[in-house]
Design a protein around this ligand. Structure first.
Ligand SMILES: Cc1cc2nc3c(=O)[nH]c(=O)nc-3n(C[C@H](O)[C@H](O)[C@H](O)COP(=O)(O)OP(=O)(O)OC[C@H]3O[C@@H](n4cnc5c(N)ncnc54)[C@H](O)[C@@H]3O)c2cc1C
Length: 275
């Protein structure tokens, strides 16, 4: 009898061992917005539960060890996959590597999402403001696709401040695709008010998020009454400077900070920590 042909040598790249606190997920899509920002999607273990607005520790196995950072989920809790929006820091331990991921690669997803940007940390109100700069948009991408948000609030305002127009990640999706979305479109049409702003280029709305709030420009542009703790609820996610400035502005108007232990009229989370 002829010898059985030898099995072809496996071409597959060995998958890294996954530490127990993480799920090992497979990258399914990568999109580079600019030289400093990209998004990616990956598979999602059905056991991973999270609430819109939360973040998880995510990353890569490097030299046999997990190298992870906090990342807000961009995708809503009902999505079968997970999506993230990431900065590319040139010498950043994680993002100098993460920016090179490709479809099929393995990423680590922490099993315990957490965070304060939750509607349950806010007292009931009429208008929910989501105020972000840069990648601080990420948790709000999840929240604007969470049906519960539209049941709780009459209106949802999404502010996103960036330096250049090209940094307005998800701009076309929010403005064009979302209102036509087969399940969400009807719910959010007329209720979701998107307010992108740019500081270093000509754009229809120019200026820093803080200035636009302080001067009342954003309220005038959207036809809304001035921010008040009686009817408005605010979520902040940006640089430490933006968070501090808007926090001071809100507190001067009588807003109180909410937390996982006690709801308030605003909540905040850092979009990143400056070392
Ligand atoms: C609660 C929380 C949620 C976060 N969610 C996200 C997210 O959804 N997307 C995301 O890209 N990052 C997010 N970050 C930042 C993230 O955890 C990492 O800092 C980032 O991925 C860079 O990792 P690194 O190891 O390459 O560099 P690091 O050593 O972590 O950072 C180096 C420096 O880069 C700058 N930097 C880091 N992250 C950012 C950023 N996002 N925007 C602008 N400058 C930054 C800071 O000055 C920092 O000191 C979040 C941070 C926190 C605390």
């Amino acid at each position: 009898m002829d010898a059985l042909p030898l099995a072809p040598q496996s071409q597959a790249v060995a998958k890294p061992a996954i530490p127990p606190a993480f799920f090992g997920e497979t990258v399914t899509w990568v999109h580079h917005w600019t030289e400093s920002q990209f998004s990616f999607r990956c598979t999602r273990d059905p056991a991973l539960r999270f609430v819109a607005g939360q973040f998880a520790m995510i990353g890569l196995v490097v030299d046999g060890k997990p190298l992870v950072r906090a990342y807000s989920m961009v995708s809503p809790p009902w999505d079968e996959e997970l999506e993230f929006l990431s900065i590319k820091v040139a010498n950043g331990p994680l993002t100098s590597r993460l920016q090179h991921i490709k479809v099929g690669d393995t990423v680590l997803i922490g099993k315990k999402p957490t965070g304060t940007l939750l509607t349950e940390n806010l007292l009931p109100g009429r208008t929910l403001w989501m105020v972000s700069t840069g990648t601080g948009l990420a948790p709000f991408m999840s929240l604007i696709r969470e049906p519960d948000v539209y049941e709780k609030y009459e209106r949802v305002v999404l502010m996103h401040g960036v330096r250049e127009v090209k940094e307005l990640a998800y701009h076309d999706y929010i403005e064009r695709e979302l209102p036509e979305h087969e399940f969400l479109g009807e719910m959010l049409r007329g209720k979701l008010l998107y307010y992108p702003s740019v500081t270093r280029e000509a754009f229809r709305t120019q200026g820093r998020v803080t200035t636009l709030l302080e001067s009342g420009q954003v309220c005038r542009d959207l036809g809304l009454a001035a921010l008040s703790p009686e009817q408005d609820r605010v979520m902040l996610c940006g640089s430490e400077a933006m968070n501090a400035d808007v926090k001071a502005l809100l507190e001067a108007r009588g807003f109180t900070e909410g937390s996982n232990s006690e709801p308030g009229t605003y909540v905040l989370e850092k979009a990143f920590v400056t070392k």
